[in-house]
Design a binder for this molecule. Structure first.
Ligand code: IVH
Length: 505
């Protein structure tokens, strides 16, 4: 292929890949499979290898692979990144509305209601339709240049679609999807690495990696919520029109934004989301209410670092107090010993909580937890409950410190702490509890997907000595299986078929 032909094909491939990337990561309606997508990518990589001078910064091949940085450089935000005032009650919200209508001389202005995503604010700059720079919020006036890390986020367009403006700066919130966070932690646990406490801090840590290849291994996502700068008149009159326009350029906009005609509708939106937060794959700590008309926003302006035209109506953090009755231990599949709290059952936001994860001894020490303590537990949109703190003032003297035993609670082998790691490990590679976790993971949907072998069946196979190692699963015999409790002929048939099927994976 000559250079001219290669150039044409490269342009065509980039167009196709950007389009399929958009359909997959932004719209969530893929038109082609992974295999076809990979084929387009490898063809593009091949051509770029043959003609390296045709590589551009915004080629889809350039999302990953950049050299690690020595440090981040500073970026000053031409338009400052503001904070928001807060409302904590319906009265606060109504008071805010009344203050504004006095200033606007309009008692009936409409508001855009959005969710308040609990991630990290970033700013993205585009010139001639190309993503050229991305920054953290920093102190609002200056932030850090994290362009390379942001390029790894597939839902951030490297090139804009449609009729794009010459210069554009948008703002949005980067987050770690909850489902991906759980998988990520499970994988770390499997590799014997320390697990992370929550998606927000992990997203923050991921964006501050000097090596963008590390960031690329974290499936971060983004919602764009505002326009900071645009070259000129695009006929935008309201916040919601602006978001629709940004959507047409290829940005990922949250689908749950609404227009509220009055405070009553805002309150309904707020109440409704308190009840439905668990259905979302990202954490939110409230809603953001914005005056919809942009000329009104302009007129209202900002006081200090906060715009008058917007406010965050926070969700009540669902907390409760209870007793920390005991600290027990789980053995993970890599042998990591994971402490967890046994709590006096308590209702937190409609759910009864009896346990909370404690991660490792460092975590217990950092919260200064003693068995017998009164503790505050919280579910903040997250599904996994956390212990926020202990009430030291309520101690009676009968509380006791937890200490990590020296022997494995399952097999009594010696426990060790590896250097520079908070987690404690069981040293016995044939520890039965480890094997249970390992089998549980091995047969799970995301691994070999052997239906009927999770939970009790797996444990009974280990306890009866039929499985001493995951490989034994493939040598199970019908006669032995039929001798197990609660294993009829039909269950054995199904199990053997599921095992056979799994060999294809
Ligand atoms: S608008 C001038 N909209 O909340 C208004 N912010 O406390 C600036 N946030 O740093 C923000 N979701 O990172 C806006 N739908 C949303 C938001 C949102 C989350 C964050 C944002 C900002 C912080 C302000």
């Amino acid at each position: 292929m000559d250079r001219k032909e290669a150039e044409n094909r490269i342009t065509q491939l980039r167009g196709l890949i950007d389009r399929h990337n958009y359909l997959y990561f932004v719209e969530n309606i893929p038109e082609i499979g992974d295999g076809q997508y990979d084929k387009l990518m490898s063809e593009l990589r091949g051509l770029e290898n043959s003609f390296p001078d045709l590589i551009t910064n915004q080629s889809p091949t350039q999302r990953v692979g950049a050299e690690p940085l020595i440090g981040f450089s500073e970026i000053s935000h031409e338009i400052p990144m503001l904070s928001l005032s807060n409302a904590f009650s319906n009265d606060d919200l109504t008071a805010w509305y009344h203050r504004l209508y006095a200033m606007l001389d309009d008692t009936n202005f409409e508001m855009a209601c959005e969710l308040k995503y609990d991630g990290l604010a970033v700013s993205l700059r585009y010139e001639n339709g190309l993503f050229i720079q991305g920054a953290t919020r920093g102190n609002g006036i200056t932030g850090e240049d994290i362009t390379l890390n942001l390029k790894t986020i597939n839902s951030i367009p490297l090139r804009l679609q449609g009729e794009f403006p010459q210069t554009l700066e948008v703002r949005g919130e980067v987050y770690f999807p909850k489902s991906e966070f759980d998988k990520f932690n499970a994988r770390r646990d499997q590799e014997g690495l320390q697990t992370y406490a929550n998606p927000r801090n992990t997203a923050a840590g991921s964006l501050r990696q000097l090596d963008s290849n590390v960031t690329a291994g974290r499936p971060l996502d983004i919602f764009i919520y505002s326009l900071a700068q645009i070259d000129s008149g695009h006929g935008l009159d309201t916040q919601l029109e602006t978001l629709n326009y940004l959507k047409s350029l290829g940005f990922k906009i949250n689908p749950n934004n609404i227009l509220a005609k009055n405070t009553q509708e805002v309150i309904e939106y707020h109440t409704n989301w308190i009840q439905n937060l668990v259905s979302l794959d990202y954490d939110c700590d409230g809603i953001v209410v914005k005056v919809n008309r942009l000329d009104y926003q302009q007129h209202l302006g900002t006081i200090g670092r906060e715009p008058r035209w917007a406010t965050a109506y926070k969700f009540p953090a669902v907390q409760a107090q209870t007793r920390l009755l005991d600290i027990k231990l789980n053995v993970g599949r890599t042998g990591s010993i994971n402490p967890y709290a046994i709590l006096e059952p308590v209702e937190v936001g409609g759910v009864i909580i009896k346990q909370a994860t404690l991660h490792n001894t460092d975590y217990i020490d950092s919260k200064d937890l003693k068995i017998g303590d009164w503790v505050v537990v919280e579910r903040a949109g997250e599904v996994i409950p956390q212990i926020v703190k202990s009430h030291k003032d309520k101690r009676t003297g009968s509380e006791t410190y937890f200490s990590m035993p020296s022997l494995c609670p399952s097999c009594s082998a010696k426990l060790v702490n590896r250097e520079d790691e908070a987690a404690t490990f069981c040293t016995n590679s044939t520890c039965p509890a480890q094997l249970e976790r390992l089998v549980e993971h091995f047969v799970s949907k995301s691994a070999m997907d052997i239906e009927g072998m999770g939970g009790k069946v797996g444990i009974s196979l280990i306890q009866s000595g039929l499985i001493k190692d995951v490989a034994d699963i493939y040598f199970l015999q019908r006669e032995k299986l039929e001798q197990l409790d609660r294993m009829g002929k039909k269950s054995v048939d199904n199990l053997l078929i599921a095992i056979k099927e799994s060999k294809k994976r």
